[in-house]
Design a protein around this ligand. Structure first.
Ligand code: CP3
Length: 351
């Protein structure tokens, strides 16, 4: 599986090749800001149906591809999708996010977690990824994604999203051995899941450690970083050529530590200026980002200025243009269209 010049732009940029313009995609590029998605949601009201019935998930994943031809097409799914395969039952509630019915609070529950076998518990992922590759060919890059151990543990232990992370921090700081046991099991399952996604057709995989920014840098080094590394090392051992991206929300204080994870590309959110991120990380670390999703509420001129600013600061190598986090549900579709058109119209002269 060598490097080939017919490979799509995003894949080449993620490998660090010099490209004519930065590739562009958006996190949450399929979803509520699109009328086509909202219409389909009426027919399939549950998130699990939309993401687990292959034909529906394929359709949703392709809605932004048809509308904007982004350089990356991401699998429509969720970070909690693999949890039932471990014996952690869940649902995704409208407007709230994941709900875990029996949150993990005891060592016994951790010991009873099931061995993760994605071919059995997530057969739809293969159908979806294969169909996406078939549909986009070499015109775009198919991205898979997973949640990181800390962030999945946060859902499993808290039982839902949280503002304070009190339950998992209680476990972390009063019964750390139990949490480490859970994080180890999750890391091994996530590594298996990343490999499965790659084997099914994902060309780049992003790991979301969305809530690791809730940890102090010192605790990030104890509860997040070692398990990010554990996942990436296991994946690299068998799939060394697939670029891996890491996202942590609110990561300004963590950038240098994120670089120790073994990820090939780091997502930079808007709490850091791209020029500062480059200076702190050095030219060898590839970056993705870093526009504030709120920028897409601005005028076209404003959106264009912010794109140019980011792209100039990031330089012409090892940058994937993206928002610093998911596109917001109220974003006007025409501004998303403008974002993609503008990004795709950039050329080496601008960069
Ligand atoms: O980028 C894409 O287009 C792929 C789709 C995607 C979803 N979830 C679909 C989704 C991705 C990459 C995710 C990852 C995810 N899920 C993360 C990591 C990214 C991040 O935001 O930091 C997290 C933390 C979750 C957990 C989760 N699932 C939350 C917090 C929510 C949102 C609650 C809300 O209503 O705002 C969900 C539900 C969810 N997952 C939605 C989508 C499009 C919204 C519900 C819907 O469309 O019906």
């Amino acid at each position: 599986m060598g490097i080939s010049s017919t490979d799509p732009l995003l894949l080449r940029a993620a490998r660090g090749e010099v490209v004519d313009r930065p590739p562009v995609w958006m996190m949450r590029q399929a979803g509520r800001y699109m009328k086509a998605y909202r219409d389909l949601r009426e027919k399939y009201p549950s998130f699990r149906e939309r993401s687990e019935i292959p034909e529906v998930a394929i359709e949703v994943s392709l809605q932004p591809w048809r509308a904007f031809q982004p350089d990356g097409v991401i699998l429509f799914s969720d970070i909690v999708t693999p949890l039932p395969g471990l014996g952690i039952d869940m649902d995704i509630a409208e407007g709230k996010g994941p709900i875990i019915y029996s949150p993990i609070r005891t060592q016994e529950q951790i010991e009873n977690l099931r061995t993760f076998e994605p071919e059995e518990s997530l057969p739809f992922i293969k159908t979806i990824l294969q169909a996406l590759r078939q549909e986009v060919g070499n015109k775009s890059t198919v991205l898979g994604f997973v949640g990181a151990p800390w962030t999945l543990a946060a859902y499993a232990v808290e039982g839902k999203g949280s503002k304070t992370y009190s339950v998992i921090k209680n476990m972390a700081f009063s019964q750390p051995a139990i949490l480490h046991q859970l994080l180890t099991k999750l890391a091994d399952a996530i590594a298996i899941y990343v490999r499965y996604q790659i084997d099914c057709g994902a060309q780049v995989v992003q790991m979301f450690d969305s809530w690791a920014g809730q940890l102090s840098p010192q605790d990030y080094e104890i509860f997040a970083l070692p398990y990010q590394k554990r996942v990436f090392e296991q994946v690299k051992a068998t799939h060394p050529d697939t670029p891996l991206i890491l996202l942590v929300s609110g990561s300004a204080g963590l950038l240098e530590r994120m670089a120790q994870s073994g990820a090939d590309v780091l997502t930079i959110d808007w709490t850091v200026d791209m020029a500062d991120a480059r200076a702190r990380l050095g030219k060898n670390v590839k970056v993705q980002g870093n526009l504030d999703p709120g920028v897409l509420f601005g005028s076209k001129e404003f959106i264009r200025d912010r794109i140019l600013d980011t792209v100039r600061k990031a330089g012409n190598r090892g940058h994937i243009l993206n928002l610093g986090h998911g596109v917001l549900p109220e974003t006007p579709e025409e501004n998303v269209a403008f974002f993609f058109e503008t990004a795709k119209g950039l050329n080496a002269a601008v960069v």
